[in-house]
Design a protein around this ligand. Structure first.
Ligand SMILES: NC(=O)c1ccc[n+]([C@@H]2O[C@H](COP(=O)([O-])OP(=O)(O)OC[C@H]3O[C@@H](n4cnc5c(N)ncnc54)[C@H](O)[C@@H]3O)[C@@H](O)[C@H]2O)c1
Length: 457
């Protein structure tokens, strides 16, 4: 089923296309009926024909969305190695990748025109973020697009574990009829303990209540509970009251092995553990002991301390020394890190990241960038405005230099922010002639703190 892409056009204000304007703006204005109300879209003053290189299996909707914005898109379905990328990247203004393409420092050095990197996935480990920000290139990703997919998987695991569904289905596939109700339970009326009440944990809370479960959660932050859920004060309180415990915390030094022998012993006899968070959050040898002793009645695990790097690679004792023991335990569901792997999540990622990339190229907004100061200005409806997007080194005196250069003009809006070594200022100025902006561009580009400056109109 295909769902149309909706661009987030918050930063693009609606205006009536004027009939007259400065020669500069006339040059860049799209042909439009004077009376028609059009969203105003800014365009780079220098590099009109923006070229995007899109790699790997990025959703087709995202590729179509880029093309509909007027960008030239070269789309290859495979990842590229470093050398091939270095050879190709020089002519592109934007690149879209998933997790297999590595954007190294060498790649960034070769990317002379690159303005933006879109990671169409959850993480950004594949990009040298520091090299990118030093080159004035923001990196966008989509960290929370698959929250619903994970929450739904947990719901299915709750039922599967409590009904021993996996065992029965496996037996029947082997020709064994084994109908039984002993130790098979409804989840209605049972207590679900959620550890980490963020994007996934809170979605799950709503779904579990709709199934008639009582929901408790533990989080390091005080969070407003949804529905009838209740926050408890300690992890131990949650463990000792819950029939099912599900983990939704990030991997941090303090969450590594947060469920180990002591915590498992706090859990109720006959309860279940579900981990779709990160592999190192659970001490798996301790979990194996707890399952073998029948203290826990089952577990579902989607993430592991070491995971095979490609489909088809073995999941064995060489990778994790307990793998073969875990694989043999009854009522244990093992899945290959598929919590967030759905068509909907991929589509949402495509929609979200393509809108960030287009918004940055079109209006300069860096909101949601992972390595970059987050700056946004509403797009001014007036046709006589030029927008300056100036990425610079985060050092004293830069704003004075910039504002000296802008002082002959009216600065309609200005906003700046910094992150680590770099800073970003956006300014809208009015009534700039063509010769003026060339001079302005030369002046700002020649400052010693300049990293990358663009002019949009
Ligand atoms: N299995 C998959 O395919 C899959 C998919 C998406 C996300 N994940 C993982 O799920 C986890 C949760 O994702 P999310 O999007 O809900 O994250 P999130 O950042 O929205 O929520 C995490 C929550 O955990 C809380 N937290 C942090 N440290 C804690 C601690 N020591 N004790 C208790 N609470 C703590 C935070 O305050 C926050 O509320 C992450 O580890 C993520 O990597 C897995």
């Amino acid at each position: 089923m295909s769902v149309p892409i909706n661009f987030n056009v918050k930063s693009v204000a609606a205006s009536i296309s004027p009939t007259a304007g400065s020669p500069l703006h006339d040059h860049f204005r799209r042909r439009a009926d004077a009376a028609e109300v059009q969203p105003r879209i800014l365009h780079p003053l220098e590099n009109e024909g923006l070229r995007l290189l899109v790699l790997e299996n990025i959703s087709q909707e995202a590729v179509a969305a880029f093309r509909s914005q007027g960008y030239h898109v070269d789309h290859y379905t495979k990842a590229m190695g470093e050398d091939e990328l270095i050879e190709k990247i020089g002519s592109y203004h934007g690149i879209g990748i998933r997790s297999k393409t590595k954007i190294t420092k060498r790649v960034i050095q070769a990317a002379k025109k690159l303005l933006v990197i879109g990671c169409f996935c959850i993480g950004t480990n594949q990009v040298d973020l520091q090299a990118a920000s030093r080159a004035g290139i923001p990196v966008f990703n989509s960290p929370f697009s698959n929250s619903r997919s994970v929450a739904e998987l947990v719901m299915s695991e709750l039922v599967t574990l409590s009904r021993q569904l996996f065992e029965r289905a496996h037996e029947l596939r082997n020709g064994i009829w084994n109908k039984q109700s002993k130790n098979c339970w409804e989840i209605r009326g049972k207590t679900l303990g959620i550890v980490g009440y963020g994007h996934i944990g809170s979605q799950l809370s709503v779904l579990a209540e709709a199934f008639g479960m009582r929901v408790l959660f533990y989080d390091v932050l005080n969070i407003m509970p949804l529905g009838q859920a209740r926050q408890v004060e300690s992890l131990n309180a949650l463990l000792s009251e819950s029939d099912f415990v599900t983990l939704h915390v990030p991997e941090l030094p303090e969450t590594i092995n947060m469920i180990s022998r002591d915590q498992l012993s706090q859990m109720k006899e006959g309860s279940y553990l579900i981990n779709n968070a990160r592999g190192k959050v659970v001490d798996i040898p301790a979990l194996v002991e707890s399952l073998q002793s029948k203290h826990l009645a089952g577990a579902a695990i989607d993430v592991f301390p070491h995971e095979p790097s490609a489909n088809g690679d073995p999941f064995d004792d060489q990778l994790n020394p307990w793998a073969s023991t875990l694989r043999k335990l009854p009522n244990v569901i093992l899945t290959p890190h598929i919590g967030g792997s759905t068509e909907e999540a991929q589509r949402m990622i495509g929609q979200e990241v393509s809108s960030y990339v287009s918004r940055y190229l079109g209006s300069g907004s860096s909101i949601s960038a992972v390595n970059f100061p987050e700056v946004d200005l509403r797009v001014n409806t007036s046709d006589s405005i030029i927008r300056i997007c100036h990425v610079h080194k985060n050092q004293p005196g830069v704003l004075k230099q910039v504002n000296d250069a802008l002082s002959p003009y009216n600065v309609e809006k200005q906003y700046s922010d910094s992150k680590g070594e770099i800073a970003y200022v956006m300014a809208d100025i009015s009534n700039v002639s063509t010769s003026d902006w060339h001079a302005l561009k030369d002046r700002i580009n020649s400052t010693d703190s300049n990293i990358l400056t663009r002019f949009l109109a």
